[in-house]
Design a protein around this ligand. Structure first.
Ligand SMILES: Cc1cc2nc3c(=O)[nH]c(=O)nc-3n(C[C@H](O)[C@H](O)[C@H](O)COP(=O)(O)OP(=O)(O)OC[C@H]3O[C@@H](n4cnc5c(N)ncnc54)[C@H](O)[C@@H]3O)c2cc1C
Length: 350
């Protein structure tokens, strides 16, 4: 799947549980909630699912996932997406959850930095080490263009359609978006400081073929400056050793890697340990606020191990309590997937 597959329109259907973070633990929680008949919506600052597994070590093998003697970070993400698919989770990518408050009707409200408002009776915080935020290029005068001509992620394809686009970067995000946006733009130039890339070889080969066919350009060098006025970008300048060249462009997209920061979670009036981890009980993995749960790397309790398998267990137990809150009039029954026709129907295998 490419990141473009995750830029989805906002659906209006209600969710039972809002999950902050689409890392491995948030993804598996979708499955556990789905088995109980609960619908989840996930919000993540990244442009794709997988959290640390997909962003920090997609090609590295993991050896301690039960039932998988070896599986890479990306493969695990793909398997978790496949396992969650029958429950049709809704994804909101490229958005950071900024605030979490309780409404007068008792439900929780999340507001993202894109201005979207999400409401549900239960919230799972599966935010890992915090939100990944893009590193900005070190050039002067970026601010007037940010969000109109200069972007660090793709939120709306329409921002780039019919434009003269320069993409800077040499990793998977830069290459994936180069190939995804190429058919829609007026012109596209990929800029990287060297002609070796950290991206998947098949993406590099596809980009090189597009260059050979004259459908786009590749320029070796580093971003040096921006030209334009009043928020209207007209060109970017690229430096390669002593030489500086200008490339006509009205859109710039840079992929310079990500920083991890706890971000706004620290302001949500939850009981924290060392100012970084959210304290939970070990029965339900609930925080100091009933209805808000914290699972995976973000939580703290005696004996906590920051392992993926611990987060899976935490999500399963939190889902039980989420059911009691979201369906107060229904009885929770313990069932096996192997023998319950009800669960198999939900899994779409029966
Ligand atoms: C190099 C490396 C190797 C590792 N190897 C192993 C291993 O072999 N075995 C193992 O079990 N574990 C391993 N780990 C640890 C493992 O990756 C983590 O335990 C796991 O990723 C935690 O999952 P998570 O879903 O809790 O959080 P994460 O994977 O960190 O995902 C959290 C997500 O939440 C999002 N987020 C945070 N705040 C917000 C917000 N305010 N709004 C929107 N989104 C937000 C983030 O963008 C992120 O995508 C390794 C980690 C690293 C770095």
């Amino acid at each position: 799947m490419s990141p473009a597959d995750f830029v989805s329109p906002l659906h209006s259907q209600e969710s039972d549980v809002l999950i902050i973070g689409a890392g491995p633990v948030g993804l598996f929680a979708v499955f556990e909630l789905g088995l109980l008949g609960l619908k989840a919506r996930l919000i993540d600052t990244l442009d794709r699912p997988g959290g640390q597994c997909a962003e920090l070590y997609p090609e590295k093998p993991i050896y301690d996932i039960p039932g998988w003697p070896t599986i890479t970070g990306q493969q695990l993400t793909d398997r978790l997406m496949e396992q969650a698919a029958p429950f049709e989770p809704e994804f909101r990518f490229n958005q950071r959850v900024e605030s979490l408050t309780r409404r007068p009707d008792g439900r929780f409200q999340l507001v993202t930095d894109a201005g979207e408002v999400h409401v549900a009776p239960v919230v799972f915080i599966a935010a890992g080490a915090g939100s990944f935020t893009p590193r900005k290029p070190k050039v002067d005068g970026l601010e007037p263009y940010e969000g109109t001509a200069v972007f660090y992620a793709v939120r709306k394809r329409s921002d780039f359609e019919g434009r003269d686009l320069v993409i800077v970067g040499g990793g998977d995000s830069a290459l994936d978006w180069t190939l995804d946006l190429l058919p829609d733009v007026k012109s596209l130039t990929l800029v990287h400081r060297r002609d070796k890339f950290r991206a998947a070889p098949h993406s590099v080969a596809a980009m090189e073929q597009a260059v050979a066919e004259g459908r786009m350009k590749f320029v070796m060098g580093e971003l040096d400056g921006l030209e334009g006025a009043e928020g209207e970008l007209t060109a970017v300048t690229i430096r390669n050793k002593a030489e500086t060249t200008a490339i006509a462009a009205d859109r710039l997209l840079t992929f310079f890697g990500l920083n991890i920061e706890l971000g706004p979670i620290a302001d949500w009036a939850l009981d924290l340990e060392d100012g970084r981890q959210i304290r939970v009980d070990t029965e339900k993995f609930q925080t100091s606020t009933p209805g808000i749960f914290a699972i995976g790397d973000i939580n703290a309790y005696p004996g906590k191990l920051k392992l993926i398998l611990s987060g899976f267990h935490e999500g399963a137990l939190a889902a039980q309590e989420a059911f009691r809150i979201a369906r107060p009039d229904e009885k929770l029954r313990f069932q096996y997937t192997t023998s319950s026709s009800e669960l198999q129907k939900r899994l779409k295998v029966a």
